[in-house]
Design a protein around this ligand. Structure first.
Ligand code: ASP
Length: 409
């Protein structure tokens, strides 16, 4: 992974993505090959998720010296996640109210509609605790695995010397193994990304944009502001480091997020890259990133808010200030509850539509371009998680330097 080749991996990935667009546009007949390569890559990524997050969270918690420093890390993470999601939602709200892409659009009410999602905060907490950790692992349920790993990491730390050492060594060995396999899978990313983008462009085509173009551009512009301005600004303010250099270091997971539309599937790459390319410690990356891939979705939050207000505009329904406030708060909660998988945001949107009494068929209006918007919002989700990890790592290191006397490294 670290060997310097003439074409660094990020250049190969950009080339793969570009070729995917070209092949999809001009050679759609062979998209099956792209689909095959893309699916293979996606399966390799998914194969890594559970063992990697399990071992990396445990190692992250074990290396967090005390309950109080664990609490501090948790508090920083949640504060970052909630505030950036809120900033994202307000950006979406601003853009959709300013540009008003839904006003006067002659949209046909599509017959298709997403099934209404049932959702409650109570449900999130109940689903977080696994009844059976093995079935949660076997079914790829990330949140319960995180919960169990946090507990396990914490209690490994209070065991006697021998079992603590045995379990820590074992987890460390599993973690290192998973990182090595992830490093190998990254080498295949250019081909996998080529396949995924080839298939998407060939099977969806550009015609779907039609009169949804203005809506698409509005949401994409909001996402771009959050991605290229807000998050980099936060990174600069808190760390004084060059945010665009960091963006370049994270290019492999960002393009993977874009082409897979899944923060969860991208997670192994995000962890590997942020540790090896951006120098974030395992202690922070192992804790902040798995949690982020599950609950921190800035792109999804922004999109939920903008899309719901767009639907209201398209139906000619005026949303009062207080109704818009309900949209903002519900979008925040829904983005926390949405899974890191393709189109999760679209299904969850019905929760917000319900909350402000908008017709659920509204989802049918925007479904055509959702596949594309999903790519942009997933990349934003992953960039926000990564920026959070970088900021928190910086602040933790600064604190360590203050607490511990200099070691003359
Ligand atoms: N696909 C997004 C993700 O995995 C979730 C969404 O549909 O907005 O992060």
């Amino acid at each position: 992974m670290n060997k310097k080749s003439k074409f660094p991996i990020y250049v190969q990935i950009v080339i793969g993505a570009g070729l995917g667009v070209l092949f999809g546009a001009f050679l759609p007949g062979y998209a099956g090959v792209g689909g095959f390569l893309g699916t293979l890559f996606l399966k390799l990524l998914k194969m890594l998720i559970i063992p990697l997050i399990f071992s990396s969270i445990i190692m992250g918690v074990v290396s967090t010296a005390s309950a109080s420093s664990f609490g501090r890390l948790g508090l920083k993470t949640l504060t970052y996640y909630l505030s950036t999601s809120l900033l994202a939602i307000l950006t979406g709200q601003l853009f959709v109210n300013m540009l008003r892409p839904g006003v006067g659009t002659n949209l046909h009410k599509a017959a298709v509609t997403a099934p209404a999602a049932t959702f409650s905060l109570k449900g999130i907490f109940l689903n977080m605790v696994p009844e059976n950790i093995f079935s949660a692992m076997a079914n790829g349920k990330v949140l319960p695995v995180i919960f169990f790993a946090l507990l396990a990491g914490f209690f490994i730390g209070v065991l006697g010397e021998k079992p603590r050492r045995t379990l820590t060594d074992l987890m460390d060995a599993i973690y290192q193994l998973m990182m090595k396999i992830t490093g190998f899978v990254i080498l295949l990313a250019p081909i996998g990304i080529f396949g995924l983008i080839y298939k998407t462009i060939a099977s969806t085509g550009m015609a779907v944009f039609g009169n949804l173009m203005f809506y698409f551009v509005t949401v994409a512009a909001g996402l771009a502001v959050h991605f290229f301005i807000t998050l980099p600004l936060l990174l600069y303010l808190f760390t004084r480091q060059n945010p665009y250099r960091f963006m370049k270091q994270m290019i492999a997971p960002l393009i993977t997020a874009f082409s897979t539309s899944s923060s969860s599937a991208t997670l192994p790459l995000t962890i590997e890259t942020i540790e090896n390319e951006a120098g974030v410690s395992n202690r922070v990356a192992g804790f902040v990133l798995p949690l982020g891939a599950t609950i921190n979705m800035d792109g999804t939050a922004l999109y939920e808010c903008a899309a719901v207000i767009f639907i209201a505009q398209a139906y000619g329904i005026h949303l009062s200030m207080s109704q818009q406030a309900v949209v903002v708060v519900t979008a925040l909660v829904v983005s926390i509850g949405a899974a890191g998988i393709p189109m999760a945001g679209l299904v969850m949107m019905t929760v917000i539509l319900n909350a402000v009494h908008l017709p659920l068929e509204g989802v049918g209006l925007i479904i055509a371009v959702d596949r594309f918007l999903d790519m942009f919002r997933t990349a934003t989700n992953v960039f926000s998680d990564s920026t959070g990890a970088k900021i928190i790592d910086y602040s933790e290191q600064k604190r360590m330097r203050k607490v511990l006397p200099p070691q003359g490294r």
